[in-house]
Design a protein around this ligand. Structure first.
Ligand SMILES: Cc1ncc(COP(=O)(O)O)c(C=O)c1O
Length: 394
């Protein structure tokens, strides 16, 4: 299929494998949990409508962080009651849209959001279900730039700042949920369980008087490593979760993003030039950080496959054509000898790949293709040059 795709489509393009996504979903849905649970796909990982519709058809809900993600999720067919809205910087527009759609829960991360949701809901004759994202002050032991559960960060609210009694007096909101998300790429299940423990204890304490918390939203973060082969031990994680929630009656939500789609995605790119600079061999491809930002953002190398028959190895930096020295896709990687015109693919880029792409340097955002066994279809066409001018006024 690779040859056919490369003949039919110009690079760069993303290719996703539906089978891999379905396997990830089935695995999570088949876990032997002894409590009520639902998985909500973190839309930010890959918001393509075809991917959203695929996960929706497999009994997943959606987790969104903007009006745009909410709009796309509704368009992809999610029931509003299967959508939760997180995010540390929701605008009034975001909140009004989420309130009028009457989604499952708006998880606030700033206490001021509650008064606004209350007033706007009352003005519309509605009562809105809310959650509070707690900052549990737990180190996810992952990359520093993707840790979100430590005190001192911008995410969530510290427990000691919340006055649950006064929230209970608001007539336009109903506090049903406590949520958290301590980071991404987590492979140490102990850190996850410790953060869940904090939420369970807090919910038990609140319910001893107010009896309002029905749902605990444990976030996502299940590790799929592209810089090591460490993995989350799901068996231990599941067993400890069952133990933690024994004799409890909370509905449990999870918000995995990367785990569902990362491994399904490949990014195909063509080698434009091979050059030597000092003691470095540098490959310039037709893919840049505009199409795939994570290596530049996090200093990580994705797994790379070179589509040629060379047996000799060389060490390369792989860069794009953007006028920024941070525009690298990988550094110091040992690969089969590469020549101009070769094709390269980046692996495990189905999450936070296309969704983080931009049109910087006025580059069209890339094509996306979804394959299912021997069949494939375009699920996002490449931006045209005219698209790059859309919404601009001369
Ligand atoms: C609140 C929240 N939930 C879930 C996720 C998904 O994380 P992951 O893709 O690592 O599973 C994120 C990622 O940033 C998030 O911020």
């Amino acid at each position: 299929m690779t040859e056919k795709l490369l003949q039919e489509f110009s690079t760069p393009f993303y290719l996703y494998d539906e089978e891999i996504i379905k396997n990830k979903i089935s695995f999570l849905n088949s876990l032997d949990f002894k409590f009520d649970f639902k998985f909500h796909f973190a839309v930010k990982a890959n918001p393509n409508l075809a991917i959203l519709n695929l996960v929706k058809r497999h009994n997943f809900g959606a987790e969104v962080v903007s009006a745009g993600e909410l709009f796309k999720s509704l368009k992809a067919g999610f029931d509003p009651m299967n959508i939760i809205f997180d995010g540390p910087g929701k605008t009034e527009f975001d909140l009004k849209y989420a309130i009028t759609q009457q989604i499952r829960s708006i998880n606030v991360e700033n206490l001021e959001e509650i008064a606004f949701i209350n007033e706007y809901s009352l003005s519309k004759g509605l009562v809105t279900n809310i959650g509070i994202r707690i900052n549990p002050d737990i180190d996810a032991k992952t990359l520093d730039k993707i840790t979100t559960g430590k005190s001192g960060g911008k995410f969530g609210v510290s427990i000691d700042q919340i006055d649950f009694d006064s929230i209970a007096n608001f007539k336009g909101v109903k506090l049903t949920t406590l949520s958290e998300h301590i980071g991404s790429q987590i492979v140490d299940h102990i850190q996850l369980i410790s953060s869940y423990q904090k939420l369970v204890s807090l919910a038990d304490k609140i319910n001893s008087s107010l009896k309002t918390i029905q749902t605990l939203d444990f976030g996502g973060g299940f590790g799929v490593m592209d810089h090591s082969d460490k993995k989350l031990n799901f068996q231990d994680w599941q067993n400890e979760l069952n133990e933690l929630l024994k004799a409890k009656s909370y509905n449990i939500l999870f918000e995995p993003g990367r785990y569902i789609v990362a491994d399904s995605g490949e990014l195909y790119t063509k080698v434009l030039y091979v050059k030597t600079s000092g003691n470095k061999r540098i490959i310039i491809t037709d893919c840049s950080f505009s199409e795939y930002l994570r290596p530049a953002l996090y200093d990580i190398n994705p797994p790379i496959e070179v589509l040629n028959n060379s047996n000799d190895l060389d060490t390369y930096d792989i860069a794009g054509g953007i006028c920024e020295s941070t525009d690298f896709l990988a550094k110091d990687v040992s690969l089969p000898k590469i020549k101009q015109g070769d094709f390269i693919k980046l692996l495990n880029v189905g999450a936070y790949g296309s969704s983080m792409s931009s049109t910087y340097n006025s580059r069209p955002r890339p094509l996306e293709i979804l394959k299912n066994k021997e069949e494939y279809r375009v699920i996002r066409s490449r931006d045209t040059l005219e698209d790059l001018c859309k919404n601009e006024i001369m």
